[in-house]
Design a protein around this ligand. Structure first.
Ligand SMILES: [Zn+2]
Length: 283
């Protein structure tokens, strides 16, 4: 498969033919950076792990340039750092038994430029070849501009597919902002309790990021535990780890829906819940 950048990377952990690795995909995650997939879409990875007819494929859109570096990576050039991050992402794909791992190597600037058609073109090519049933994207209330931009490009690609080829469900997932604030009825529940050993390995493998002074491994596990614990005030926890997602399926099913109005409707319901509670008990 040809992509915009010659430096794009296509890795199949079990050495299946590339076409087969694409075609067998049932769960697809499109994320901005190396390690985002493992933070946000562990649910999809675990759904497919060791199941013969389910396959998870990861897509990382950017090239990992400009990431912070310290310790043994302190003197690495941007090019060396991109290589480190590419290899770390391959390691995660191997441990998580992904069908394939695609790294498209776009700059953040390219991703954030709404007039640049190349990101949407590459994503459309991947979607046509994989026809996934479940798609994991960044949520639209994320605070990282590149994350939001990647989701907007992915939505554009998804909306361009023939109706019969669109996924059954599209999740907007947690990285730079969790979704605890959403109304419980609006939350898509993504259980993440299975194989906590694999879950821990998948985030821990990104040594260049954790060494950079950010304990994404601990924070990701902590978020999932907090979500599971604080989800319901009564009763015991059915899950020991939980991610929440924003349902983005309606935006793909109906391309005429306004994306901004759609995400703000979640915020509006949260706002009126806070208002109602405070007014009810203020006396
Ligand atoms: Zn990211």
């Amino acid at each position: 498969m040809q992509f915009r950048h010659p430096t794009a990377d296509f890795f199949v952990p079990d050495n299946a033919a590339p076409d087969e690795a694409l075609m067998r995909t049932t769960h697809l995650c499109i994320a901005a950076h190396q390690d985002d997939i493992e933070i946000m879409a562990y649910h999809g990875i675990a759904e497919c792990f060791g199941i013969p007819d389910r396959w998870f494929t990861g897509v990382v859109v950017t090239n990992g340039a400009g990431s912070p570096r310290s310790g043994i990576y302190a003197d690495y050039t941007d090019a060396q750092m991109q290589k480190v991050r590419l290899v770390e992402q391959r390691k995660a794909a191997y441990v998580g038994e992904y069908s394939c791992q695609i790294q498209l190597a776009f700059s953040s600037g390219e991703v954030k430029d709404p007039k640049d058609p190349a990101v949407v073109a590459d994503l459309t090519r991947i979607l046509v070849a994989t026809k996934p049933e479940y798609v994991y994207l960044h949520n639209l209330a994320d605070k990282h501009d590149t994350h939001v931009s990647v989701t907007l490009r992915a939505l554009k690609a998804l909306r361009s597919l023939p109706r019969k080829d669109r996924p059954r469900r599209v999740y907007g997932c947690e990285v730079w902002r969790d979704l605890d604030w959403m109304m419980d009825d609006d939350k898509q529940m993504l259980p993440a309790s299975a194989r906590s050993n694999i879950a821990a390995s998948l985030v821990g493998i990104f040594d260049s990021q954790v060494t950079g002074g950010k304990r994404y491994d601990l924070a990701t596990a902590g978020r999932r535990l907090a979500n599971a614990t604080y989800y319901a005030p009564h009763g015991t926890d059915e899950e020991s780890a939980l991610n929440f997602a924003m349902d983005l399926t309606p935006l793909v099913a109906d391309p005429s829906l306004d994306i901004g109005a759609y995400v703000l409707s979640f915020v509006d319901r949260f706002r009126s819940d806070v208002e109602k509670r405070v007014r009810a008990w203020a006396g």
